[in-house]
Design a protein around this ligand. Structure first.
Ligand SMILES: [Zn+2]
Length: 279
């Protein structure tokens, strides 16, 4: 499932490829991938262009020029946005095709069909964004801010990291990698974290997410960038899908796999701790 680094990679690439290009055709192959009618979707995009592309958490926001409307795209589990300069035929997973004036095309492919595209007004777009927690790369996401977000929470660390209403952008891969980097067990109780630990957690969140963006994300199964290329962070994974392999930090224990927050979770029992003394 694409998380913040993968979605940000797609955003940065598409910004260079589609901004200002006139849309000349829309082909809706799978209506279920749209949260509007095909007619409404086509009417708002055809003969128009994209003015800007932003992102919050895992959601992409395409600003439609002179319309005061937005195209929201969520890739969910297996969604892909693929840009082709040359002629390209749809495959069995192609749900939507947007064609630009130079005949380049943007494909929305989605095997599992949980992803969606939705045209919204400014008001609807803002309401969607307000329901989300702070984006990890937002300059307003500070250590103090994280401390405040964790206050009075009686949950485990991983469930907080995955909660898009608290922090927007982290999924199963980076949650485990962040916990490993911060030397905290994913099932650590939030109320046991002291100030020093929260600081360490904050630094690890920023460090891992930034490093993953720099490496153009992680490819495990379906994720590819808008050119169809894999992400490079896969080589840097310390715990995710490394169960039973020896820990790269202590070289003593092998990585354990357990369930936390109903998700498969990997950690090193030697390097990561669950309990802390209070301040
Ligand atoms: Zn270890």
């Amino acid at each position: 499932m694409p998380e913040l680094p993968e979605v940000e990679t797609i955003r940065r690439d598409l910004e260079k490829k589609i901004i200002g290009k006139k849309i000349i055709d829309i082909n809706v192959i799978q209506k279920k991938s749209l949260k509007n009618s095909s007619t409404e979707f086509t009417k708002n995009l055809k003969n128009n262009s994209i003015k800007s592309i932003s992102r919050k958490g895992k959601l992409l926001i395409f600003e439609i020029k002179e319309k005061k409307k937005y195209l929201l795209v969520h890739l969910r589990m297996t969604g892909q946005l693929l840009y082709f300069q040359a002629k390209k035929e749809a495959d069995k997973n192609t749900r939507i095709i947007i064609t630009f004036e130079n005949n380049s095309k943007l494909f929305f492919n989605d095997t599992r069909r949980f992803g969606y595209l939705k045209i919204t007004t400014t008001k609807e777009k803002n309401a969607t964004l307000e329901k989300m927690g702070i984006d990890i790369l937002d300059k307003n996401f500070t250590q103090e801010n994280l401390k405040a977000l964790l206050q009075n929470k009686r949950r485990n660390l991983k469930s907080i990291l995955l909660d898009q209403k608290i922090l927007a952008g982290i999924g199963n891969i980076y949650a485990d990698e962040i916990c490993f980097d911060a030397k905290l067990r994913p099932d650590a109780k939030i109320e046991t974290l002291n100030d020093k630990t929260v600081k360490k957690l904050y630094n690890s969140i920023r460090k891992i997410i930034s490093l993953a963006v720099k490496n153009r994300g992680t490819t495990i199964s379906d994720y590819v960038d808008s050119s169809g290329k894999n992400g490079n962070f896969s080589k840097l994974l310390n715990v995710y899908q490394r169960e039973k392999k020896v820990c790269r930090n202590c070289h003593q224990k092998s990585i354990k796999k357990i369930k936390v927050a109903s998700r498969s979770t990997r950690y090193c029992e030697n390097c990561q701790k669950r309990y802390f003394l209070t301040n």
